[in-house]
Each structure stands twice: as C-alpha cells, then as structure tokens.
Design a binder for this molecule. Sequence first.
Ligand code: 13P
Length: 251
Amino acid sequence: MRKPFIAGNWKMNTDAAGAAALASGLVKALAEVTTVDVAVCPPFVYLQTVAKALDGSAIQLGAQDVYFQNNGAFTGEISCAMLKDVCCKYVIVGHSERRHIIGESDELINKKAAAVIASGLHVILCVGELLEEREAGKTKTVVAEQVKKGLAGVTAEQMKSVTIAYEPVWAIGTGRNATPEQAQEVHAMIRGLLAELYGNAVAGQTRIQYGGSAKPANTAELMANPDVDGLLVGGASLKVEDFAAMVKTVA
Ligand code: 13P
C-alpha cells in the first residue's frame, strides 16, 4: 500500500567528480528497480552535476535544506524555486544536524516545510530525540512535539507531499542503530498521531522513514516492521555497493 522510499543524504560529503560517479554508479546498479522510490540528496553545489547523471533514470533528486523565502536579500540561502529549477523533487527539512548544530527551531522548520509544500516539492520532515531525552523517557513526547510543530498549518490534502523521517539523534553516524522494536514503537506512535491530526486515510498513506546507522546488514530487519516504510541513509549512501544493496534488499 505504501511504496517503500529509500533516500540517501550525502550531507557535506563528496566533490564534483565523486558526486557524479556516485550518481552514475547508482543509476547503473539500480536500473532494474521499480518497486522502491529512490532519491539522493547531494550538497547544493553538486545538484546540477547529479541531476545530469540521474537524467533518464528513476532515481530522484533531493536537497538537504532550503530557505522559506522565494528570493531576495537572504545571503547564502537557497529557495524552493531554485531547487525546482535544478530538477529537485524532494527537500529534507529539520534534519537533526540542522536542529542541533546549526540551531534551527521548530518554527523555522515549519516555515520551511510549508514553503516546500507550497512550491510543489515534497518535504522529508526529520524528527528524533537526543540520547538524554530517550534516557529520561521523553522520546514520544519530544518526537510528537516535533511532528506537530513541523506540520503546523499543513492540511490533510497537503500531506500527499510529506514524508516523515524518524532519526533518533543518538543513532546518527554512531554505528548504533535503533533496534527494529525501538523504531517500530516510535513509527507507530507517529502514525497514530497523524491519524489524530488528519484521519486514518492520511495516516495510512504517509510514509515514515527510519534513519540512523541504517546499513545493508540491518536493512531487512528494520524494513520488516509494519510502520517502517523506508530509510533515510547517511554514511552508507556514500558507497554505490552499500546503498544499492539496501535498495535491492527492500525491492
Ligand atoms: P547515518 O546513516 O550516517 O547514521 O546518518 C543518518 C542520517 O542522518 C540521514 O539523514
């Protein structure tokens, strides 16, 4: 019912030649895959290079962030219109590195999500608790708040343009993924919250990805959960063999 969706978040990695090679390698490796939606999110400066490499393939292009204004005096920022112009389909918003390193608030993330949806792009809204929040038993409260605030003002109709990514901060880049049970528990909570906010039909259609040390070896067990609809992959998305293996496992 929900088509699996695997996205690679390249973060601040690769260079022009490496980005092109990675994208071309994936195009080749995943040419036969039709049962999984696949996207890659390179750094802004390599979007056009990667778009060229992906041209004609089913792999979609995504950006790692965006600013909510259309254009104007916002030095260093990138708009939705610019992302559309270079063939992006997806935009990651609210990644934990932007929340906790750059200092983005739920309010800013909500403005970005709204701008992405209004522009016709598809938003991947990231949420996830810190280790101390999990240890204090606050995981569900924190994640529910982030989902509600991130989606404030988003209508049921607009939820077609939304994917949620649950990325526990303690699992990102640490090699320590959430267990399938931990992931399922939070994903089910998020889906329940979406049902409260938007009704069962929307909750049933919205894809919820897991992210945090996802790799070939844990893909099958994470994806076996009924509420895990895909993965948002960091480190393992930088190697053609690893990312392709993950997509093929799901396919
Ligand atoms: P890792 O897969 O490197 O843990 O990163 C996950 C992530 O943050 C994807 O957005």
